[in-house]
Design a protein around this ligand. Structure first.
Ligand code: PMP
Length: 290
């Protein structure tokens, strides 16, 4: 299938306060963000025209920028409104939404405190993030670890923290990352849960992104009286898990069939939470998140 490049599509992109034709959303090669990774972004999904947990995503975008030392020049309300506008303009009620904020071209020193902060929001139709979502995906071990929180901006959804290519070139869907202590952290862009004897276990998000989907799933599990334990998890504990799944906006809830030498069968806990998550995203049930 021929790839349709992302810079050559029809549609609209909200760019620094204006809705502009998709192909015109450009910036210069001497842009701070592509040299130093000074960009933060979000991944959201609209279901039936409504972005799930929009406010939480817009707030996280602002917080991510602050962690990298810049202030996005829009409020949460303004970002929410711009997002709704671009979702409506592109006319696909079920779509993925990508806001991105970055330092511009005014200064090329690393610090660049006086550079302009830009914001763009694009949307496109994106079905299952992982091709084998329904039967469970295969993960390998990641080459890199999530670093200690005082060595990288691990709470920011910042460009430059994403390393998936090795797993894919080895034939896996994704990789499970350990943290600097050797404990289970997350997949490259999604959080991880283990079901062990009817109880859900998930690592404490002390050095990686505490996903909005992760927090939603914890709420859904509690609604079902499924116990959730947030704790340090060592890799050899995967041997005791009957079910494993990933959570993330793109991944939604994706069952895992294999991590390295460990095998799992997607089961009833994963299935029930996938059903509940579908209902939550369609607005049929409300899940407040912490
Ligand atoms: N971890 C990382 C590193 C991510 O990029 C994402 C996706 N945004 C997640 C976890 C899941 O976060 P969320 O559920 O908020 O999409």
């Amino acid at each position: 299938m021929a790839l349709v490049p992302f810079d050559d599509r029809d549609g609209w992109i909200w760019f620094d306060g204006q809705m502009i034709p998709w192909r015109d959303a450009k910036f210069h090669v001497l842009t701070h963000a592509i040299h130093y990774g000074s960009a933060v972004f979000e991944g959201e999904r609209a279901y039936g025209g409504k972005v799930f947990k929009l406010r939480e995503h817009s707030q996280r975008l602002i917080d991510s920028g602050r962690i990298l030392g810049f202030e996005i020049p829009y409020t949460v309300d303004q970002i929410d409104a711009a997002t709704k506008e671009v979702v409506a303009a592109n006319g696909a009620p079920d779509c993925y939404v990508r806001p991105i904020a970055w330092r511009g071209s005014e200064m090329m020193g690393v610090s660049a405190q006086h550079s302009k902060i830009h914001l763009a929001i694009a949307t496109w139709a994106w079905g299952n993030y992982f091709a084998d979502k329904d039967k469970g995906i295969r993960l390998t071990w990641a080459k890199y670890s999530r670093p200690a929180p005082n060595t990288a901006p691990t709470k920011s959804k910042a460009a430059g923290l994403y390393m998936i290519y090795e797993a894919e070139s080895a034939g896996y869907a994704d990789a499970l990352m350990l943290d600097w202590r050797g404990q289970v952290a997350e997949a490259t862009g999604a959080n991880v849960f283990l079901a062990i004897d009817g109880v859900l276990h998930t690592p404490k998000p002390d050095c990686f992104l505490d996903g909005i989907t992760r927090r939603t799933v914890i709420g859904l599990a509690k609604n079902r009286q499924i116990q959730v334990v947030e704790r340090a998890i060592w890799p050899d504990e995967l041997a005791r898990a009957q079910e494993v799944f990933l959570t993330g906006t793109a991944a939604e809830i994706t069952p895992v069939s294999e991590i390295g030498e460990y095998k799992f069968t997607p089961g009833s806990i994963t299935g029930a939470l996938m059903d509940d998550f579908g209902r939550a995203t369609r607005g049929e049930i409300d899940v407040p998140i912490a």
